[in-house]
Ligand binder design. Sequence first.
Ligand SMILES: Nc1nc2c(ncn2[C@@H]2O[C@H](COP(=O)(O)OP(=O)(O)OP(=O)(O)O)[C@@H](O)[C@H]2O)c(=O)[nH]1
Ligand SMILES: [Mg+2]
Length: 361
Amino acid sequence: MKVGIVGLASSGKSTLFNALTHGVAETGRFGSGRAEVNRAQVLVPDERLDWLADLYGPKKKTPATVDFLDAPGLVAGSTDKATARLIGDLRTVDALLQVVRVFDDPAVPHPAGSIDPVRDVSDFDAELILADLAVVENRLARVVSDLGKGVEPAVLGPEKDLLERVQGALEEGRPARSVDLSAKERQVLRGYALLSQKPAILIGNVGEDDASGGDSDAALREYAASAGLPYLPVAAQIESEIAQMEDAEAAEFLADLGIERPSRDRVIRAAFDLLSLIIFFTFGEDECRAWTVARDSDAVEAAGKIHSDIARGFIRAEIVDLGTLREAGSWAAAKDVGKHRLEGKEYRMRDGDCVIFRFNV
Ligand SMILES: Nc1nc2c(ncn2[C@@H]2O[C@H](COP(=O)(O)OP(=O)(O)OP(=O)(O)O)[C@@H](O)[C@H]2O)c(=O)[nH]1
Ligand SMILES: [Mg+2]
């Protein structure tokens, strides 16, 4: 899964990136022109995998991963080459973490002169919508011209209708994700990688005083609820400092601040939920490994995550869910009590399934 950290300049994106990835990306460089995009891969903490690895003592333990991309801030209204490149980078991500400045700090001037989270969300959305509108208009012009020449009316006719509806929404300032679409239409639209169609989580970057809750983000919270977007408050600055500490010291600091779980855990959880992703496990003495798949994947698709040969030669999946495995104590014990299942190609994978794929190529 690839997640883009986006938002207006100086909202705290690089600071959040550091909190999430234990990174040391440069922060506080507003006005320095277009900084680099920061990228890092985070291992998804999962005590279920830890348990499995304790059981098998494998040579290798491989957690699921999330790739984070920290984009430089979009400056409202800019149309330069760097902005175009940035938007191109963002088109490749699966989901957006939209950072909104809530914290007030005279040492960090807000580019717009005042703190107003709801205004900032709308300003940022307007940039995404504008970029998407350009894509939609381009494509629409092309489709109309082709239709005029009699090219593929059965395909291009419905596409024109789809594009016009999306264009209408964008022109009204509504994101592409707000348009009511059939599954097929959504699929077609995804081909254009529109930014405002991407699933998004709003992150309110709150000050340290509000690390464990406060009402400085009340308006933003309300906005998120009305827009149907998941919302998480994060005190990015203090969490980025804590992310640099040893585990024990970090836990103590978090507890002092009243933060139950570090934002990394909360953000990853929210991203999995947002994208409807689940984790299944493979195991053995060589490797215990967590794999990420879409919630409605069947057994063959899951097998294909591991290797195309396993999907191609799929015979069946042997499955025990991790909770049952834990209760039974071992794979053999689970089998003895009849909790071991043989599943076919159409089986829908569930979160926490421990799987042995049987295949023949
Ligand atoms: N007081 C306070 N300062 C913060 C917080 N989060 C970020 N900052 C500061 O705000 C400034 C900008 O933070 P960055 O993380 O660089 O912001 P950015 O969104 O990456 O900025 P650009 O990449 O320039 O768009 C830095 O000086 C941070 O230290 C916070 O929660 N509280
Ligand atoms: Mg930055």
